[in-house]
Design a protein around this ligand. Sequence first.
Ligand SMILES: Nc1ncnc2c1ncn2[C@@H]1O[C@H](COP(=O)(O)OP(=O)(O)OP(=O)(O)O)[C@@H](O)[C@H]1O
Ligand SMILES: [Mg+2]
Length: 361
Amino acid sequence: MGTLDVARVVLALEEHDVAEEVMHFLDRSGRARVVAMAGDDRQLAEAVRQLEPDAVVAQPGLVRPGALNGSALIAIETRETVGALRAAIAAGARGFFVWPAERELLVGATAAAATASEPGAKRAFVVAVWGPRGGSGATFVATHLAAAFARGKRECVLVDADPSYADVTAALGAFPEGEGPAPRTIADLAPLEEELDAARLDEVLWTHPDGFRVLLAPEAPMAGIVGPRLLRRAIDEAARSADVVLTHLPRTIDEGMRVCVEPADRVLLVLSLDVLSFRAGRRALEQMPEAALDIVVNRAARAEVTPSDVVRVFGREPIAVLPSDARVTRAQDHGRLVPARSRLGRAFDRLASRLVEEDQG
Ligand SMILES: Nc1ncnc2c1ncn2[C@@H]1O[C@H](COP(=O)(O)OP(=O)(O)OP(=O)(O)O)[C@@H](O)[C@H]1O
Ligand SMILES: [Mg+2]
């Protein structure tokens, strides 16, 4: 990992013991380095002025107006209170994290501050695909959208961020060829977590015949070694070289899932037209009010619930309505994608273009 990746941080917390813990954790992550500690608002303003850090990790109450001097603020507290949240928003914080519960997220947000300020660093368009209701088609959408981006001449990396089930492997037929070795997976990166760079990531990506690359999830016995930090490192690294990074999220809202949502420019909420899917979507929104969500209606057919209900319930038009097609399950069961020249294939081409337009506009 080049030194450019490491965020220079000024840390400001009133409680010395907590400050020490946070400092050690950030330093050990290899992705951030604490260059100064401040115990009050005056010390903080002074340290920022002198050191011009990438990020200020601070209790929002310690940040005086104007004290940030262009550095990114990452708010931290040991308890989540309405007052602290308000202060964080007022101070313009990029994120608010509870210590120690959300420490991996804290590292991710802090490291991202360095990447953002690094001149010339490419940052891919990052799209997360999420099906809060099981079976709504998250795996189907993620895999077909990756192919649509590839058709649109965009270099796309699909990351299977659901190590427990690794459905992308089956949906794409990413199995060994003949007697050949099994494709490599994100688990192969675990020992290199701290030194992960473009070349190491490149070595483990599996290339789909349609021209996109995939960071596969491992076999079941290895699923446990794919933690939130590794997932986040892989996404960030992929975003440095690709045009588009697509993440295939697990259904559960846990830390591993949240670290993948955080860097996403858009989150596609895949819903089918039924009451439980809508209910899951509502619950998802309530738990992630900060995410930039677009709704994709999948398996649309004649039903009691219609796409216009999306507008009524979610207050926004779906970004895509994908028809139900009996060929989908057959294709998926054989590790194949539905042909590009089909109604569904074209619907994915339109979705990919719309997303790119949103990104550019
Ligand atoms: N547009 C569609 N038309 C017909 N069948 C579909 C469509 N989309 C998905 N399916 C089928 O529905 C099932 C669920 O799809 P998929 O596995 O993509 O959903 P998921 O949200 O990833 O599910 P899980 O919660 O199990 O991960 C599969 O059998 C798939 O082939
Ligand atoms: Mg799935």
